[in-house]
Design a protein around this ligand. Structure first.
Ligand code: ASP
Length: 316
């Protein structure tokens, strides 16, 4: 019988137990559990992997703790610009948006691009106009505001530095203590179709117009029924240069590696050599899952139809 499964992440980086309060840790774990349960419920009802990853991502985008949708980080200009992508491994359809503002759930907009436009990737005002045309929910700036992201940005805004996410400290710590906060999901459904999605606010104090790996098909997000569905999190620039998610697929297709072997090669060899800190989650069409990172921690969870489930934050 076809195994179905889902994996989610909520960002990777220098996430250490000693920096965490028990309350915050419990809130992160609950956020991850809510996401995995939302996605798994879709799969359990016989829904598609595309709908499962979308459901999981919406839950994480709506959670202020994670850097996507509500709770996104501030750019150099003090606003939120969000990126998202989704890909269907069954037929290789894909949709992505970059630099969108005031869109409550950028992953829904990316899905709209995939299903109801002739394009794969829309950015900035064009993407926002498309959101309005398609009736995608918009929210005022206040909806996206969180004090802790604002404080992160205030510590950096007068400098040219930019920072990865999940940190509660000042400028010096921000720069040496890199943390990433993107969210993502990958799933395999009862039909053996796989999909991946990623959504992010990017990096604190990022330059106006900067786009990370998350919405770039093949870099931060990729799905192909023949190989794998992958969602990445980490320092976007090396992930783009490594074409990280697609490289996992290539290693499986052309070198015959398993999902686990291919992800390990990209995360722990290729990206490490490029100082690309972060990680990724993946599934294959047999429902196997893998969650790999080269940083101190990665917010992550998995669940499958064989009764296995897991939620983790730190390196075990
Ligand atoms: N990869 C994201 C970016 O570079 C950041 C993250 O994963 O937190 O925009």
């Amino acid at each position: 019988m076809q195994k179905f499964s889902i994996v989610v992440h909520g960002g990777a980086g220098t996430i250490l137990k000693e920096d965490m309060t028990p309350e915050l840790e419990a809130a992160y774990i609950k956020g991850l559990q809510d996401a995995i349960n939302a996605g798994y419920a879709v799969l359990e009802e016989g829904g598609t992997s595309v709908n499962a990853v979308k459901a999981a991502c919406v839950t994480l985008e709506d959670n202020l703790l994670f850097n996507a949708g509500r709770g996104s980080v501030f750019t150099k200009k003090g606003v939120q610009e969000m990126d998202a992508a989704i890909m269907d491994g069954n037929g290789l359809a894909a949709g992505a948006v970059a630099g969108v503002r005031n869109v409550r759930n950028p992953i829904e907009l990316a899905t709209e691009v995939m299903i109801n436009s002739n394009h794969v990737f829309l950015s900035g005002k064009g993407a926002n106009d498309f959101a309005i045309k398609q009736g995608i929910k918009l929210e005022p700036d206040e909806f996206f505001f969180s004090q802790f992201r604002y404080d992160q940005w205030r510590a950096l805004r007068d400098s040219d530095n930019y920072s990865l996410d999940h940190t509660h400290q000042g400028l010096e710590e921000l720069m040496k203590d890199k943390k990433f906060g993107t969210i993502g999901a990958a799933a395999c459904d009862i039909q053996g179709n796989i999909a991946a999605s990623t959504s992010t606010g990017g990096m604190t104090n990022k330059k106006y117009g900067r786009i990370g790996d998350s919405p770039i098909i093949g870099a931060g997000t990729y799905a192909n029924n023949k190989t794998c569905a992958i969602s990445c999190t980490g320092h976007g620039e090396p992930f783009i240069r490594a074409v990280a998610a697609h490289d996992v697929s290539c290693l499986m297709e052309y070198k015959g590696m398993t999902l686990q072997q291919a992800m390990n090669q990209v995360v722990n060899v290729t990206l490490v050599a490029m100082e690309g800190e972060g990680g990724m989650i993946g599934v294959d069409a047999a429902g196997n899952t893998s969650l790999i990172f080269n940083s101190a921690g990665m917010y992550r969870a998995m669940k499958n139809s064989e009764g296995e489930s897991f939620v983790g934050i730190y390196k075990d």
